[in-house]
Design a protein around this ligand. Sequence first.
Ligand SMILES: C[S@@+](CC[C@H](N)C(=O)[O-])C[C@H]1O[C@@H](n2cnc3c(N)ncnc32)[C@H](O)[C@@H]1O
Length: 272
Amino acid sequence: MLTLTDQDFQRLYNYIKKHYGIDLSKKKQLIVSRLSNSLSSQGYKDFSAYVDDILSGRDTEMVTAMLNKLTTNYTYFLREEAHFQYLWDVILPDLAKKHAKDKVLAIWSAGCSSGEEPYTISMYLKEYFGAQASQWDTRILATDISHKILNSAINASYNEESVSPLPATWKQKYFVKAGKDSYTVAPAIKQNVIFKTFNLMDSINFKRKFDLIFCRNVMIYFDQDTKDALVRRFYNATVPGGHLFIGHSEGLNKATCPYEYIQPAIYRRSAT
Ligand SMILES: C[S@@+](CC[C@H](N)C(=O)[O-])C[C@H]1O[C@@H](n2cnc3c(N)ncnc32)[C@H](O)[C@@H]1O
C-alpha cells in the first residue's frame, strides 16, 4: 500500500466533495486500499504527486478513473420493490390519465449505475402499457457520473444471478439469452432508456421537467448541504404533482425538504 499523509488525504477529499458532492472524509482506508495498486502501476511512489495531478484539473479522465474506483456501483434488478409496487398501483394509473392526450412521460433514473434500475422501470412501463406501449413516448433518462459503469449499462449484459430477482416470465420476455450464464436486455426494453453522463453537482437543465425522478442510494455519499441543494434542484426539475424516489436507507431533511412526504422513500411535489 502507498502512503497517504493526512494533509494529502484532506486535500483529496475536499476536492472530491467540492466538485462531486461525495463525502469521503471518513474513508481514508478505502482510498488507500482502492487506489494504491493503480497508482503504483502508473509509477507513483506515494499519493502526494497523484493528489497534485488530480487537483490540477488537467486530466479529467484521470479524475473519472479515480471516481470509478471510489464510488460504489452496487445495484440490482427490482431493488426496493415497494417503489415498483407504488409505481404500478398509484403513479402509472395517474400518469396514464394525466398524459392521455400527449402520451409522453418523463422519468429520470439519476445515479443509474450499471442499468438495472432504468431497465426495471422500462420493463414495468412495457407491462403497464402492453399493446399500447408503442403509442407512448416513455423513454427514461438514465444518468451516472461514471463512464465506465454507463458503458456496462449500455452493454446491458447480465448473468443468471443478476436477473434472478425478476419473475421468470420477464426473463423470457425481456431478455435474450446470450450464453450459458449470460443474458442481454431485449431491444424493446433497451431502446426505451437513454443513457447520459451527468454529474449531480451540476445544474439541471434538461429539456423537460420530470413526472418521476429516481435518485436511490446515491445521496448516501453526500453531506447534508450537498443533499439539500440537490433536492432543491430536483424539486425545480419535477412537474407539479410529480414524485421523487430515494433509497429506503436515506432520509430527507424535514425542515428544508420542499417535497411533501408520501411514504418511506417517496416524496411528491405539490400539485400547484
Ligand atoms: C449505489 S449506486 C445506485 C444505483 C441505483 N440507483 C440503485 O439504487 O440501485 C450509486 C451510483 O451513484 C453514482 N454517483 C455518485 N456520485 C454521483 C454524482 N455526483 N453524480 C452522478 N452520479 C453519481 C455512482 O457512480 C453510482 O453508480
